[in-house]
Design a protein. Sequence first.
Length: 353
Amino acid sequence: MKVFKLTLLFCFALFLASPQVLAAVILQYHHISTETPPSTSISPEQFERHMQYLKQQGFHVVPLSDIVDAISNHQPLADKTVAITFDDAYIDILTQGKPILDKYDYPYTIFVNPGIIEAQRQNYLSWQQLKVMADEGAIIANHGYNHDSLTRPKQGLSEDMWLAQYEHDLMRAEKLLKENVGQSYRYFAYPYGEYTPAIQQWLKQNQFTGFSQQSGAVGISTDTSAIPRFPASQPYDKIASLRDKLNALPFSISTDEDNAKTIFTYQAKKSVTFNVEVQDFNKRQLNCYISGLGKQKIQWLNDTAFKIDFNGDLPVGRVRCNCTAPSIEKPGRFYWYSKPWFVLNSDSSWYPL
């Protein structure tokens, strides 16, 4: 009996020491080219440096479905798990990116707009090319039928009417994916990264997994209607920036209903309150930065909640609040959380896409 108890204790100790945790990072790319807009591009040479770094540092590059399944089922993943994604199905993913990915034997996902593919737009992948890539292991997923923002109803349509139309188009896109590449994962990447809590709920009701464009690592408490992805194109393509992202830990932060909102008119949003569900950091080392405003002063309300009174007006456009803190138990690694806001003009009109 004593030997049995010792064996159990030994196994438990091994379990605690195991690198099996639910902590992963998803990278987001668009173009792999030097001839396309810099804000959505990375050069082929730099992209290969990224892939080489993943290999040299022992990262586990897995299909996106491995990470989604782990979140959904609360199952562990090996530490240093990474998934690679592309938005918009540009032709240079095939001509410039795929040879590099094949060289390292890395799986990847492409979020596509079937309406654009059907129109046979120049510089976009065709169904035939996507089918070959899918047959070779790529995941081909939904980016909306066209590249329309879910948050911006077309002229003359109410929000409910727009969502009803979008639902029809989203299902149409999923049907075309099934027909043309044989896949239907019901993964959806928000065009322009724009969404609201109501849209998140709508996505869940339609049994889709949502992917956003704000930064952050993926963990067991990640909301599957807004899974974060780290942008890895310019100007965030330097290896030092990539290293910090790849070593990020999921920051379990939540908000109440009011603070969960994402759309505000200019000068309407003055502060935000966050609830923290992880304690593996020194509160004095928590830092939060808002795009256009810089570092913010943090006011701790209690042991698990802090407030930020913005040091200026949130600028019009897509705004991010990034909060990071160094881990105590894992020196050299940082918890990372990002909150997006979409700030309208003073007259409540949308900023340009």
